[in-house]
Design a protein around this ligand. Structure first.
Ligand code: SIN
Length: 279
């Protein structure tokens, strides 16, 4: 266990698995976070890519927003329903009336279709099924690093379109012709702006075509990359406890929520933090 003492507080930070993630205890996210504590959390975020804050109580929407803002301005989801009075909050809710999952049933990086996709997402779950409803995360540094050198060379310099209309239109609400669905062109291999490490940046939800390749070539390469990103060696599977808060880095991970608990209920709130244009 790596125990980091910060001012009067002591956080316990323990790796979740060798390939990804850490569990943080001894911090109450409803309280203010000082600069030294923030540095510990930031450093852990960059090192472990996904943090799971355990032993929390339910965080009020305003405190959730406040915690998110320590890491940057908040991103407003282009299509999902907003919580009343809190447009920054995306309510995650599935129950016996749900016809589809909460929109996370395949590995993806949140809203990668934005020109400046969110750097990270913070999700706290308040209602959980008795079992099931786990979330899986995959390490995209490992996905990149495990490719052969010729494949890394082939992919470097390529860009791919990330689109959203096919995915968002009618998913959360009745079809609304006023919604402008984002799309963007991003590098297939991106460099993390803080760690400077390279990560694969494609996902099944949003990445539709590699620029400059024929449709057939692009489809084959993308399918290969999607499968590669989803190798179990790069993954962890997180079993939630009530009020756990997960904070993941969308620049170097993918995630997927498993919808195996229908018709039971799963409910929580998430905020996302604005990111930069991938390079
Ligand atoms: C999401 O993609 O933000 C949802 C993840 C989850 O419900 O576990």
């Amino acid at each position: 266990m790596n125990k980091l003492d910060v001012m009067n507080n002591s956080f316990n930070i323990k790796p979740f698995a060798p390939n990804l993630g850490a569990i943080i205890t001894n911090v109450d996210l409803s309280n203010d976070i000082n600069d030294a504590e923030l540095k510990v959390i930031r450093d852990a975020f960059h090192k472990y890519q996904v943090l799971f804050f355990q032993n929390q109580s339910e965080i009020l929407p305003e405190n959730h927003i406040k915690f998110g803002k320590y890491f940057g301005d908040l991103h407003i989801h282009p299509a999902a329903p907003k919580m009343k009075n809190y447009p920054e909050i995306f309510e995650i809710h599935t129950n016996k009336n749900s016809k589809i999952s909460n929109g996370a049933e395949d590995f993806h990086s949140d809203v990668s279709c934005d020109m400046e996709p969110p750097l990270g997402t913070m999700l706290q779950l308040h209602i959980l099924p008795e079992c099931g409803g786990d979330t899986m995360f995959a390490n995209m540094y490992m996905a990149y690093e495990s490719l052969s050198k010729p494949m890394q060379k082939f992919l470097s310099g390529l860009r791919a379109f990330h689109e959203s209309e096919h995915f968002y239109k009618g998913r959360y609400n009745k079809i609304d012709e006023n919604i402008k669905y984002p799309s963007a062109l991003h590098p297939v291999v991106r460099t993390h702006p803080v760690t400077k490490k390279k990560a694969l940046y494609v996902n099944r939800f949003f990445t539709t075509q590699i620029e400059g390749l024929s449709q057939h070539e692009s489809k084959l390469i993308l399918n290969y990359l999607f499968e590669h990103c989803e190798k179990t060696d790069f993954q962890i599977r997180y079993r939630w406890k009530q009020n756990d808060m997960a904070f993941w880095d969308n620049r170097c991970t993918l995630h997927k929520a498993i919808w195996d608990y229908f018709p039971n209920e799963r409910k929580g709130r998430r905020v996302t933090i604005k990111g930069d244009k991938p390079f």
